[in-house]
Ligand binder design. Sequence first.
Ligand SMILES: [Zn+2]
Ligand SMILES: [Zn+2]
Length: 277
Amino acid sequence: MSSRANSILQHSNTPLLLFSDYHTHPQGHRVQRYTRELLQPWADSARRLGLKDVAFTDHDRYHAGIDFDEINRLRERNPDLQIRAGIELDNDPVHSPAGRKWIEKNWDKLDFVLGSVHFLERADQMFDSVPDGAAQFEGRNIDAIYADYFRRLGELVATGLVDSLAHLDLIKIHGHRPAADIGMLVSETLKFVRARNLAIELSTAGWRKPVNELYPSDSIIELAMKNGIPFTTASDAHSHVQLGENFASLAHKIAEIGIRQVCIFETHKRTEVPLQL
Ligand SMILES: [Zn+2]
Ligand SMILES: [Zn+2]
C-alpha cells in the first residue's frame, strides 16, 4: 500500500460513500419491454441502498425493449434519484452492427454508452459465459488471447460511440493470467482511452466470477490513475437485487488505492464528483 493510501485509511474508519451505479441490466438476458413493473424495483433498490444516481445499460442486442418515455415516467415518479438512459454496446458480430445504428439514431436521448468486448474468435459464444466460455482458452497462448482482447477493445473505442469502458480486464474472468506484464499488455489501450477522453468502470462483478477480483485489477487502476483516466462505479447487476452489490468492499478498495472522485454522465457530458466520507 502506498503511503498516501495509508494516510487516508488512518484518518478515516468510515468507508467512502458511493452514490452511483453505472452498469445495470433491467432486462436481464432477454428482450423485456421497459414498463413501470420492470423499472420501479430498481429505483426502490437504489433508494434503499442510498444510491442517488443509476444508469440503465442493457445490452445493445436488447435495444428493442428500451422505452425512453417509460424512463421519463420513472424519473417523474422518483425525483429524488438521477436515472440515466444508457446502453452497453459490445462487439457481438451478429447483433452489434444494428446496435450501433440504434445508438447513433438515439444518441441525444442517451446519457451514457458503455463499451465492452464479449466476443473473441467465436461468433456464437461470449467468452465470458461461465463456465462454458472457459473452453475458448484451452490449449491457447494466453498472452496472445489478452493481446487480441485489448485489440478488439481498441476497435470499440475507435467507433466513437462509447463514453466509458466496462469491465476493462474481463479477459481474466476464468482465472487465466498472462506471462507478460499486464501493464505492457494494457498500456496502449489506456493511452487510447485517455486520448479519446473516456472513463473506465470499477466493477464489482468480478468478485462474483471465478477470478474473484475487481475489474480491473489494482495495477491497471493505478496505471489508469497515472494516465488521468476517470472512473465510474458499477455492479453489472442483472437483477435489481444485485444493484450496488459489494459496494462496501469497493468503497474500501477506492479509499485504499487513493481515488477521491467518480464520474457521472448526463447526455454524454461527464462530471467528476468528489466522494464523501
Ligand atoms: Zn458486459
Ligand atoms: Zn453488463
